[in-house]
Write a protein that binds this ligand. Structure first.
Ligand SMILES: Nc1ncnc2c1ncn2[C@@H]1O[C@H](COP(=O)(O)OP(=O)(O)OP(=O)(O)O)[C@@H](O)[C@H]1O
Ligand SMILES: [Mg+2]
Length: 445
């Protein structure tokens, strides 16, 4: 079920554009332009996330959120502002903001953070059923790959999971680092406790310390409450430190000390607390290079990579591509109630030689789109995005095939434009209605 998001901002253009973009991502979005409306919406709707501008007419963002929290204390929110100051950031965090974004921000950036928060919430809201579901999802049966690389990865997981050793997972974006991290957690003795991911790159650097270690009341202007850090909440659980290379260098000694002693000291605190946390870190940058550049400490690097799992890019284990295609077709076919069951030879040929810079995630997205586009049982070139068509075209020398692909693409587009109104489409295409039907039949649209 799609999550519900409320956007509160008095700036109409940003509000409506952001709402549009988030709707395209599949979320249910409501908007409000002032505090009063926002509170009414928040008390009536059951929102999963709120995005709120700091400066609003009448009641400001902080006040709005304090009130919202009274209605629903668990609701996560992202503060956005065009006037960033450290005080504001601290104030926002203090009342429990999950994230803080400075305008103008990129929409893909906020989408990423929303996903992060929602997936985090998902885990936080755990219950037995959910845990079962997750366990099923991250069991090996759901990690696809038979290449010798993946076999090595499975062996590593088996060996390392039941220990408490720190694991460093490295690999390009989309290679499955988080999937592997969850698999380790699910096979560990902590499997009934939580898996808590945190994306170090998604939190402003001045807030990371508070987020990880917590802070005491009065540590900075505005810190009027004590706040527990992630490590303290994660007692007995697994913490997944994603994009560890972005951890500010000034904080690295503190993390190192934490890993060595398993004791936390909140900012401004005086008492060290013992916690039992397992750390799995991930990086898509070479930490070795970061160490050479001086932006990552060598001692911390060694501590993190007690066991290192390197996930090779998809283009280096192409033998897994057919399996992954099959896996994703099955997944999306069920979700989308389609009968698609394979890809044709041309598509397979292209997929096997395509560079897949976005790795498994890119393949997954391409298959999802193709399953949506495909009307029959077999995914063809014309069901793929146009850059694939171009790849495919290079291998097509035969004029008839070339024309067919373009005909099919164009007719589909016009049918979509006209909402599948065949009469209108035929008119636009300058075809008779029977010839349009014949084309649809012939081209398998
Ligand atoms: N071996 C696999 N089998 C099936 N699906 C996979 C596999 N590896 C990854 N995926 C899928 O690919 C997508 C990307 O995986 P994941 O988020 O773990 O990548 P990542 O390495 O953490 O990427 P990033 O660096 O961008 O965060 C997810 O949807 C995941 O379910
Ligand atoms: Mg990831």
């Amino acid at each position: 079920m799609a999550e519900k998001i409320l956007i509160i901002d008095d700036e109409a253009t940003l509000r409506e554009r952001l709402a549009g973009v988030l709707r395209e991502e599949g979320w249910h979005v409501h908007t409000a332009q002032d505090g009063g409306t926002a509170l009414k919406e928040a008390s009536e709707g059951d929102f999963d996330l709120i995005i709120c501008d700091l400066i609003l007419p009448e009641i400001n963002g902080i006040e709005v959120l304090k009130k919202v929290k009274e209605i629903n204390p668990a609701i996560p929110f992202i503060m956005i502002t065009a006037y960033p100051t450290v005080e504001n950031a601290v104030e926002a965090m203090k009342i429990g903001a999950k994230d803080y974004l400075v305008k103008p921000f990129r929409f893909d950036e906020i989408i990423l953070r929303i996903r992060n928060i929602l997936s985090h919430q998902y885990v936080v809201k755990e219950n037995i059923q959910l845990k079962e579901e997750i366990r099923r999802r991250y069991d090996f049966d759901h990690i696809v790959g038979k290449s010798h690389f993946m076999h090595k990865v499975y062996q590593m997981i088996e060996k390392v999971a039941p220990t408490d050793a720190n694991v460093l997972i490295s690999g390009e974006s989309g290679t499955g680092k988080e999937v592997i991290a969850r698999a380790i957690h699910q096979r560990s003795l902590r499997r009934d406790m939580r898996f808590l991911p945190i994306n170090c790159g998604a939190i402003p650097s001045e807030l990371v310390e508070g987020e990880l270690f917590g802070f005491k009341k009065g540590t900075f202007t505005g810190a009027t409450h004590d706040r527990k850090g992630l490590f303290e909440t994660a007692d007995k659980s697994t913490v997944f430190l994603d994009e560890i290379s972005t951890l500010p260098i000034a904080l690295q000694p503190k993390l190192l000390r934490f890993i060595e002693t398993k004791e936390v000291l909140p900012m401004g605190g005086r008492e060290w607390m013992k916690v039992d946390v397992r750390i799995i870190a991930a990086t898509n940058q070479s930490l070795e290079k970061e160490v050479e550049k001086g932006s990552f400490r060598l001692d911390l690097y060694y501590r993190l990579k007690v066991v290192e799992i390197n996930l090779p890019p998809l283009r280096e284990r192409r033998e897994d591509i057919p399996l992954l295609i099959d896996h994703f077709i099955k997944k999306f076919r069920a979700d989308l109630h389609k009968k698609v069951d394979s890809v044709d030879e041309k598509v397979m040929g292209i997929f096997l030689s395509y560079p897949w810079k976005g790795n498994i995630r890119e393949l997954e997205n391409v298959i999802e789109r193709a399953v949506i586009m495909c009307d029959g049982d077999i995914i063809a070139l014309s069901d793929l995005p146009s850059d694939f068509m171009a790849e495919g075209e290079e291998s097509i020398t035969n004029l008839k095939d070339y024309v067919k692909i373009h005909e099919k693409g164009h007719i589909k587009k016009v049918l979509i434009m006209t909402n599948n109104d065949k009469k209108k489409a035929a008119e636009l295409l300058d075809l008779s209605i029977p010839s349009l039907y014949r084309k649809i039949e012939e081209l398998g649209i």
